[in-house]
Design a protein around this ligand. Sequence first.
Ligand code: HEM
Length: 280
Amino acid sequence: MTQHKQPFEGEKNIVTNFENRMTYTDYLHLNDVLACQQPLTDEHDEMLFITVHHISELWMKQILHEVKSATKDMQAERLPEAFKKLARVSQVQNQLKNVWDVLATLTPADYLKFRDSLGNSSGFQSYQNRLLEFYFGYKTPHILKIYAHEPKIAVQLQEAYEAPSLYDEAIRILAKRGFAIDEAVLQRDLTQKYEANDSVKEAWKAVYRAPETYFELYELAEELVDIEDLFQQWRFRHMKTVERIIGFKKGTGGSGGVSYLKKVLDQYFFPELWQLRTEL
Ligand code: HEM
């Protein structure tokens, strides 16, 4: 076998002395990140379960970063900037959705070996998932109780709970651009789950009937639909993967399990954007 004693072209200037330099591991805090995957049992498959959750939470963190910033862009009517971020959100959601393919390699028998060690912990308590739902306008106050004992998380949840959602901002833009939106919607109690409204539906219908006249709003609407569509695809894959792994057993978080996950599929963030399609 030929041994390369000399570095080949392109390798010559590789830095190897890191005494006073930051490495890749330092920059990324990899020792911290990679120390977090700590199975509670010796079961081989628990590592996959933890890794998939960590990856999902990291992607949610990135989505939150983009959505919060896109919401500010919309407040300032900087739509092209918002579009760029929302398009990225959809790409990240695709990654999130694909992790189910990996997790689906976990069989019921594999999972049962370590399920008891989870106690009552469940994705139901994922506060990043709740922050996302709040930023999309789906406000569920009962979630706030779960983190009453963790002030840092509670503050973040409360802030998002009281803040205008991405969709509230989209509706305000419709009003700013001359569409007649009911005052009740513009002045709504932001802590309530958004409910569909006819004036909003009529405005979006007008946009879809004349896309060339309202191209920015049309693009905004379609980006929101992309996001909701992908969110629902994620929910569906979650529900089916859970059915595949635990059947119709109750969840560790205390819900009915798959029956609960099926019910959540009926929720809409941006209802009028879906309703208008039947009426065009
Ligand atoms: C073996 C894998 C999994 C099983 C069996 C499972 C099961 C469940 C069940 C039964 C629920 C309903 C609440 C409960 O009673 O616990 C739930 C909720 C949830 N899970 Fe999972 N899950 C799995 C993996 C994941 C992963 C990888 C994530 C990614 C973060 C996740 C995120 C969530 C979220 C966000 C909810 C709340 C859904 C909502 O309320 O709309 N789950 N899960």
